[in-house]
Structures are given as structure tokens and as C-alpha cells.
Design a protein around this ligand. Structure first.
Ligand SMILES: [Zn+2]
Length: 501
């Protein structure tokens, strides 16, 4: 008979974008991300699955038996996942809990928190509530989250502890899972009794200002770390949420885990939430018009100027088929050396058929996203490639299908069958591009690109394009969000209904 503690581990990561078309399938996840069941969920190095590595290492150190169930990660935000995929994952996790009910001492869920299925707005909340109903109040349940979580009251009510990342772009998966797992271990031993306080804030802000190495976000993260050192406080997380989700509970939240002290949790959560609310204007994004940005790049003499095209952010759910920058470049009388990406399978097919070195005239882009339109270009096929590429850690390998580099005058357009990842420079390196050769490089990312691009950029300009990840949130067709919500209701005086008591 073993007296070793036993923890069921499982989860899934996907992030909805309500303004992108389509459904995220299991095939999409396997191609850009990963899907694993059973012991295979641990079958990757720490650099690839840092949360699972942290959980396994702590379990080994503490003499805990793990029951691995399922884990998957959709690299790109996008349309909802198929409900059957969620039901299958839920059945595996619930099945393991039921099977090991007699020996079970804890449940650890490294999840995302912004997953939506074709039938369920809050699968993480549903999973947590289902597990709580099965195990009752005495088995601790801890979940770790991405900061883009769609934080719901149901999640917070069902879990003992919710622990979020403290970085955007995310680089602290390992640390967050370590923090969560250590809370779980201490709770299993009866040393602590974690309780989570959930404070929803009536604000929704675009991702450009969520970067945790810059203000205003840095100040809030620093404050959360200071609060975590207070006696009785176990974890303090700020969930800035994925803003392009048209859901009733979308918006910022603060989650505070204390050792059984709900009034301390409430006071701490409200203090941090109010701090965020007071500086909300600093999260508004003011971007450059395309003509102004191009004038600047043409006259500055700097190489390269990064044009952050956040409205078509592929990691946030854009399809990468936006053409507004290409069109603006073509309309100019001067020649700007520019490097762009556009998702367009038909255009790649045309380039492949024409062959290396061929000249051709064709429409590119604007076929996947309603807000965009194709642009007709005449260019030469400079390179062809297969788009199977290793991304910088911790991101999974991804496959863009076939790729072509089309030279249109002074503009190099990287065409790919599937959308490119823009939080690192791999897509351009993969096509053999030397980045400092260009005056303008397009990066289809709202803010996450800075982590890799800032060091090489001579200048960064955020361009005011339109798209499914538009930073001007009130001009997007939201229908289901709960009002009042800032900045949709600009005159909103209080961040929540019941004020500090
Ligand atoms: Zn995220």
C-alpha cells in the first residue's frame, strides 16, 4: 500500500478571437501547438512545455505520484475549438479523478482560461466546477492561467487557487506553475488553506499596453509582487484578458489567493484593481496613420523600422492576410525597402507553379478576413520554401505550409499557405532575410513582438490599420459584452458595482 500523495494533472490552452473566422480544429492544434495524452504530456523538454516540467520536477522532489491525463496547446488564437475536443479532454481528466478517487490528494490544471468551444463560453469554469462537485471541498484544486484568461466567477469559486503568469509576452510559465504547484503541495499537507478572491474590473484594453517590461503594466506587476510578500498572501495575479472575445464576462480581473483569509483577499484584490482602474487611460492606444508612419520611415534613414500591425496580429487571432500596408507602400511615389508577410494559399500556389525567378501578376491577401481585400501586384519569385519551422522557445514548432518570397519593386512579400508566427523573427530568418537591410519590416503582432524585435529595431511604429485585433475596441462589432464597460462607456465612474467595503 502506498501512502504517497497522488495528483491528477491535465489541461488545455486555446484563446478565442471572436472576430476571426472559422473553428480551431484538432488538426490546427497539432500543426501549430501540440496535443498529448497520458504520460506523453510530459514528453517534451522544459523549454517546450515549461509548466508541465515544473509540475513533474516538484512531484519528483516531493514524492508525489502524478496521473497525467491530457494537455494541448493551440499556438494561435482563433475561432472556437470543437466542443467534442473539449468534451474528450474533460472526460479524460474527470475519468482519472474518478478512477483514483480513493487515493487522490490534489488536482493540478495548467490551463489557459480563454478557451471557448463551439457550444461553451467557459470550458475551464465548467471543468473546475465539475471537478469540485466530484471531489467536494477537501481535495485542493489549483489552476494556472495565461494572463489572457477570460476570468470568470465560476472559475474562482471552484478552484482553491488561481495563479497567473506575470509576463506578457509570456516567459514565466515555469515560475507560475512552480508557484501553483507549491501552493497545491502545501495545501495537500494541510499547512495552508488557500482561498481565491476574484475581483472583476469593468475595463477592457488592447494588448499593445499589456507588455510587462514597459509601463503602465510594469508598475502593476511590480505592485502584485510586493503584495505577494505580505503575510497570509499566497499569490496575486492580474488578468488583462484577451480583449477580442465577445463574451459576457470579458474584462480585466484580479485574483488574490490567501491562506484562508477572505477579508485580506478582498482588501488586496480591491487595492490592486483600483490601482489598475486609476491609470486606465494609460492603456489607451494611439497609433500612427500609415502615411505618417511611411513618411517617417522614408525620411529617418533608420534600418529597420518595425511597423507593428497589431490589428492583424496572428497570435491574437488575425489571419495574417491584411494588405493595408502593402497597398499604402504601392501608392507611394518613392521606393521604400520593405519586408511584409501575407497569408494567401492561392498566391503561393501561383508562385510555385510559375517557378523560381518567374515574373507574374496576381492578387495577394484579403481572402480570409472580411475586413480586408486583395491587392493586385506584379512581382518576381525570389525564393520558395517549405514552412516547417522551429520557433524560439517556449513556442512549439509550426508549419506554415509552402512559402514564397515575391519581390514587388522594393517590397519583399513573404507569402505563406498558413499564417505566420510574429512573436519572433523566425519567419523572416527562415526565408533568408537580413533584417537590417530593410527600412520597414511588418510585424503582425500587437505587443508580444517587442520581446524579440526591440533589440534589433532602429525604431518601432504602431500603425493604425483596421482588423480583427483592432486596438480601437469600441469600433469592433461587440454584441455580448456586459455594459457598462470602459472604454465603451467612457464616463464610467466606478470600476465595479459594490464599492470597497
Ligand atoms: Zn497569452
Amino acid at each position: 500500500m502506498s501512502a504517497r500523495p497522488l495528483v491528477v494533472v491535465g489541461g488545455f490552452k486555446h484563446e478565442l478571437n471572436s472576430f476571426a473566422r472559422g473553428i480551431t480544429t484538432l488538426e490546427d492544434i497539432r500543426r501549430a501547438g501540440y496535443y498529448a495524452e497520458g504520460p506523453d504530456i510530459f514528453d517534451a523538454p522544459r523549454s517546450k512545455r515549461p509548466e508541465l516540467a515544473a509540475i513533474r520536477e516538484i512531484a519528483e522532489r516531493e514524492g508525489i505520484d502524478l496521473v497525467p491525463t491530457v494537455h494541448f496547446h493551440a499556438l494561435f488564437a482563433g475561432g472556437p475549438i470543437e466542443h467534442e475536443l473539449y468534451e474528450h479532454a474533460k472526460a479524460l481528466i474527470v475519468g482519472a479523478v474518478l478512477e483514483h478517487r480513493d487515493r487522490l490528494t490534489g488536482i493540478m490544471l495548467p490551463i489557459h482560461g480563454a478557451t471557448v468551444t463551439t457550444r461553451e463560453d467557459d470550458p475551464e469554469g465548467d471543468l473546475l466546477a465539475t471537478l469540485r462537485a466530484i471531489v467536494g471541498p477537501d481535495i485542493p484544486i489549483v489552476a494556472t492561467f495565461d494572463t489572457h484568461v477570460h476570468g470568470t466567477a465560476r472559475m474562482a469559486a471552484a478552484a482553491d487557487a488561481l495563479v497567473g503568469f506575470k509576463t506578457q509576452p509570456h516567459t514565466d510559465h515555469y515560475e507560475a506553475a512552480t508557484q501553483g504547484m507549491e501552493i497545491l503541495v502545501r495545501a495537500m499537507r494541510g499547512e495552508i488553506h488557500p482561498v481565491t478572491t476574484h475581483r472583476k474590473i469593468r475595463m477592457l484594453t488592447s494588448a499593445e499596453r499589456h507588455d510587462t517590461s514597459h509601463q503602465p503594466m510594469k508598475g502593476l506587476i511590480d505592485a502584485s509582487r510586493v503584495m505577494e510578500r505580505r503575510p497570509g498572501v499566497l499569490a496575486v495575479s492580474i488578468f488583462t484578458t484577451q480583449p477580442w472575445m465577445d463574451l459576457p464576462e470579458v474584462g480585466w480581473s484580479v485574483e488574490v489567493v490567501t491562506d484562508g483569509d477572505r477579508s485580506l483577499g478582498r482588501a488586496t484584490a480591491d487595492e490592486l484593481a483600483r490601482m489598475a482602474w486609476e491609470i486606465r487611460d494609460e492603456f489607451l492606444v494611439h497609433k500612427s496613420s500609415l502615411p505618417a508612419a511611411l513618411d517617417r520611415a522614408a525620411s529617418s534613414g533608420l534600418r529597420p523600422t518595425i511597423f507593428a500591425d497589431g490589428a492583424d496580429s496572428t497570435s491574437a487571432g488575425g489571419n495574417g492576410d491584411g494588405t493595408e500596408l502593402l497597398e499604402a507602400l504601392l501608392a507611394r511615389p518613392d521606393r521604400i525597402d520593405a519586408l511584409l508577410t501575407i497569408t494567401d494559399a492561392a498566391a503561393v500556389e501561383r508562385c510555385v507553379a510559375a517557378g523560381l525567378g518567374a515574373e507574374l501578376e496576381l492578387p495577394v491577401g484579403g481572402t480570409l478576413t472580411e475586413l480586408f481585400h486583395p491587392v493586385r501586384v506584379r512581382g518576381r519569385v525570389i525564393a520558395l520554401a517549405l514552412g516547417d519551422m522551429q520557433l524560439d522557445p517556449p513556442w512549439s514548432p509550426t508549419d506554415l505550409g509552402r512559402m514564397a518570397l515575391l519581390r514587388v519593386g522594393s517590397i519583399d512579400v513573404v507569402l505563406s499557405e498558413r499564417k505566420a508566427w510574429h512573436l519572433d523573427t523566425v519567419v523572416y530568418r527562415h526565408m533568408g532575410r537580413e533584417l537590417d537591410r530593410y527600412q520597414v519590416i511588418q510585424v503582425k503582432s500587437a505587443g508580444g513582438f517587442r520581446f524579440r524585435y526591440e533589440a534589433l529595431a532602429a525604431e518601432i511604429i504602431e500603425i493604425a490599420t483596421i482588423g480583427p485585433c483592432d486596438s480601437d475596441l469600441p469600433r469592433l462589432p461587440f454584441r455580448r459584452i456586459s455594459r457598462p464597460l470602459w472604454p465603451f462607456d467612457a464616463g464610467l465612474a466606478e470600476p465595479w458595482e459594490d464599492d470597497l467595503g
